[in-house]
Design a protein around this ligand. Structure first.
Ligand code: M6R
Length: 364
């Protein structure tokens, strides 16, 4: 049932504050500010590596997880697209654990990767949305996302719930490894707990984003740029836009611009820059300057401080509230989902059932 919404995708986008809150509550204790104890088949303190593999949007949540595990828990992460991982014959040390991320829990390549790791004798955790799915059953521990059923082919609420689990796990790992103090752990949990409330605020930008989408629908090519955790979000923005609006979109790490894609820049290819005012904001601004100098049109997704500090002329600027660093990827996922959604609505595509795609990819 779509309720008052035109599409399941729209409904699922709007469910995010609630399902993120449910998911976080499963992993962190909002009153004590600590992560909840987890029964894991490994000890984070004794690991020297985690291998993550997944497909599509789930893979991109893992890529953001890598930044968090490495930054907060000082734990190196190898991350792969499952269809590559399963044939790559990666050596896994005795001190590794493997994590698989899947909404459906049935994705063929992700399952095959899980079985490869099982064969290597590595402990296995699965971040899945569908309880009782094959991936959930075959793993040593299931780390559920509590997104509820996701009907739209484009993954939205499952993605932000996957991010919520990855963030909570990274804090858990950091606490276990002693790379954060108890006080820092509490601060991270408190910051993360802000996500549902802030998500409600971000969703109120929908009318403005709809206007931006009306313009975006006139273009055939779009480039997304971001640095740090905004780089996987740039990839996710491009994936979401192409899958439901059929507009050709690519995501790049902003620093890669001058290594090739800058040759594409002209007035016919808008560049969507995801850049909250964070530690590398200035670097991204210099990439925007390079785009502007070549006649490129910029849609900037930033926060109040970022909007104030950037002096570059943009086609549009979407301004989010200031958000804590660890909650940012969850919150910046929302405008890119809404932008893809409204653009597809203007294009008149079948938003919930885009052509050639299946919700769960159970064949190779
Ligand atoms: O069910 P899974 O999470 O394993 O599915 C993985 C991908 O097929 C999925 O995320 C796909 O990329 C989405 N349609 C993207 O919106």
């Amino acid at each position: 049932d779509k309720g008052n919404h035109r599409h399941f995708m729209e409904k699922e986008i709007h469910e995010q504050p609630e399902v993120i809150s449910h998911t976080l509550a499963h992993y962190v204790d909002f009153t004590t500010g600590r992560t909840k104890p987890l029964e894991l088949p490994f000890d984070f303190a004794k690991l020297d590596r985690i291998a993550i593999s997944a497909c599509g949007t789930a893979y991109l949540s893992g890529l953001i997880g890598k930044y968090w595990f490495e930054r907060y828990a000082r734990l190196p992460v190898d991350i792969d697209i499952a269809s590559e991982f399963r044939y790559r014959e990666m050596p896994l040390s005795k001190k590794s654990a493997a994590l698989f991320i899947s909404q459906s829990g049935e994705t063929a390549d992700t399952l095959a990767s899980l079985r490869y790791c099982k064969g290597e004798g590595v402990p296995i955790g699965a971040v899945v949305n569908v309880r009782g799915s094959t991936i959930a059953r075959e793993s040593d521990v299931t780390l559920p996302t509590l997104a509820g059923p996701e009907i739209g082919v484009a993954s939205t609420k499952a993605f932000t719930c996957q991010l919520s689990v990855m963030a909570a796990l990274a804090i858990h790992a950091a606490a276990a490894r002693g790379t954060v103090t108890e006080e820092e752990e509490r601060k991270l949990v408190k910051d993360l707990a802000e996500a549902p409330r802030l998500a409600n605020q971000v969703l109120r930008l929908d009318r403005q984003i709809e206007k931006v989408a009306r313009e975006l629908a006139h273009y055939k090519h779009v480039l997304y740029l971001g640095r740090d955790t905004n780089y996987p979000l740039a990839l996710e923005g491009a994936l979401k836009l192409k899958e439901i609006s059929y507009i050709h979109a690519e995501g790049y790490a902003a620093g890669e611009l001058k290594h090739g894609p800058i040759a594409l820049i002209d007035e016919n290819m808008p560049v969507i820059v995801i850049a909250p005012h964070d530690r590398i904001f200035e670097k991204t601004v210099s990439n925007m300057q390079e785009v502007a100098a070549r006649g490129g049109k910029i849609i900037l997704i930033t926060d109040e401080k970022g909007a104030e500090k950037s002096t570059i002329d943009t086609m549009d600027t979407i301004v989010l509230p200031q958000v804590p660093e660890i909650a940012a990827p969850i919150l910046y996922a929302l405008p890119i989902q809404m932008l893809a959604y409204y653009t597809a609505v203007f294009m008149g595509t079948d938003v919930d059932q885009p052509r050639n795609l299946a919700k769960s990819v159970t064949v190779e």
